[in-house]
Design a protein around this ligand. Structure first.
Ligand code: FNR
Length: 182
């Protein structure tokens, strides 16, 4: 079973991206175990904090190190990924030469009520994840336009085509992690 650290880029209780991550967890079943990083607990990035790093930061870095794969599920804010995702990437990448991201398999997903389903945000995020030397899955991509009721309160995907697509996407990510270990 692959251990996945999940970074959800929205803090709001009714987040569509949190729902999408929950639906993916359900679809993954016993292929993957999901741990949701507490991005809201991380302080704003401040280099001075490394003198005595907060427990939330050291825990986050340990969670990255323990994971077989990283899943980033981001909303699109003003055509880019959300600030808590950028903050988390910064914390994981430091101090110099002690980045926790190096060579970890990763995948990007996201949903928005907008028609392009976070495509603009994901394009920018991909370049940053490659920069911090994560191994980012290229295909398939997961852009999802969120419609009311698409994911119900039990985190079931109500549209059959979308459910099948998400299942195939999870299978591809699982296989990508397996290949990355070789
Ligand atoms: C948005 N939203 C948005 N949507 C989009 O498709 N493209 C965009 O560029 C933006 N820009 C944007 C900026 C800011 C500051 C906010 C708060 C929102 C709308 C966004 O997709 C919507 O609020 C989602 O519901 C956010 O995701 P969660 O919180 O539901 O996961």
């Amino acid at each position: 079973m692959h251990k996945i650290l999940v970074l959800v880029g929205s803090l709001r209780a009714g987040s569509y991206n949190r729902k999408l991550a929950g639906a993916l967890e359900k679809i993954a079943g016993d292929k993957m175990s999901f741990t949701f990083a507490d991005l809201g607990a991380l302080p704003h990035y401040d280099n001075d904090l490394w003198e005595q790093p907060p427990e939330t930061v050291t825990r986050f870095k340990s969670q990255i190190e323990a994971a077989d794969g990283i899943l980033v599920v981001t909303p699109e804010y003003n055509r880019t990924y959300s600030p808590i995702i950028g903050n988390a990437i910064a914390w994981g990448s430091r101090p110099p030469r002690e980045s926790a991201w190096t060579k970890k398999p990763a995948a990007i997903a996201g949903t928005s009520p907008g028609a392009i389903g976070t495509a603009a945000a994901q394009a920018l995020l991909r370049s940053v994840l490659v920069h911090v030397d994560l191994k980012v899955m290229g295909q398939p991509e997961l852009y999802l336009q969120f419609k009311q009721g698409l994911i119900d309160d039990d985190l079931q995907v109500t549209n059959e085509g979308t459910r099948e697509f998400l299942a195939s996407w999870i299978n591809a990510f699982d296989a990508f992690i397996g290949q990355s270990k070789n």
